[in-house]
Design a protein. Structure first.
Length: 147
């Protein structure tokens, strides 16, 4: 993605393990260390929302704004402006994926970056030609996973 000009995390190192990983088949384990300006995700907010901790949602938003949107910190409309930018970055990222035929197989809140970065490369695929029924996550055959 980086060399395609699409915002992404970068791999710093990989470490293999003797511990097996059980997926569709047994595979060798490994850990990938990724670097990015931030690993803040939509899911961090969701965590506090579902725990009914709105003050922590606000604190996390304030942290994100202070560190990554400092020009909004003193704006009385900072939350709306910040959210608008997060939505725009996300839409731009997904549009950029589509321009190269990239399909992400697990678009849950844990894989959605506030900064509009490609985070997790779990199940994914590239399409050479448009296929409406294409599913890149082989764990599911649901229409929800189709393009």
């Amino acid at each position: 993605m980086h060399y395609l000009g699409i915002p992404t995390t970068r791999a710093l190192s990989i470490v293999t393990s003797d511990s097996p990983v059980y997926r569709e088949t047994v595979e060798p384990g490994a850990m990938l260390m990724r670097v990015a300006p931030s690993h803040l995700r939509f899911g961090h907010f969701e965590h506090f929302y579902y725990r009914r901790e709105p003050e922590k949602v606000r604190q996390l938003a304030d942290f994100a704004i202070r560190h990554y949107w400092p020009h909004l910190a003193d704006d009385e409309d900072k939350y709306r402006l910040w959210f608008t930018d997060v939505v725009a970055r996300t839409a731009s990222l997904i549009a950029q994926w589509q321009t190269v035929g990239f399909a992400h197989g697990v678009m849950n809140t844990d894989n959605m970056s506030l900064l509009g970065l490609t985070l997790d490369y779990g199940p994914f695929g590239f399409l050479d030609d448009y296929e409406p029924g294409f599913i890149c996550n082989q764990l599911g055959s649901s229409r929800a996973l189709q393009l």
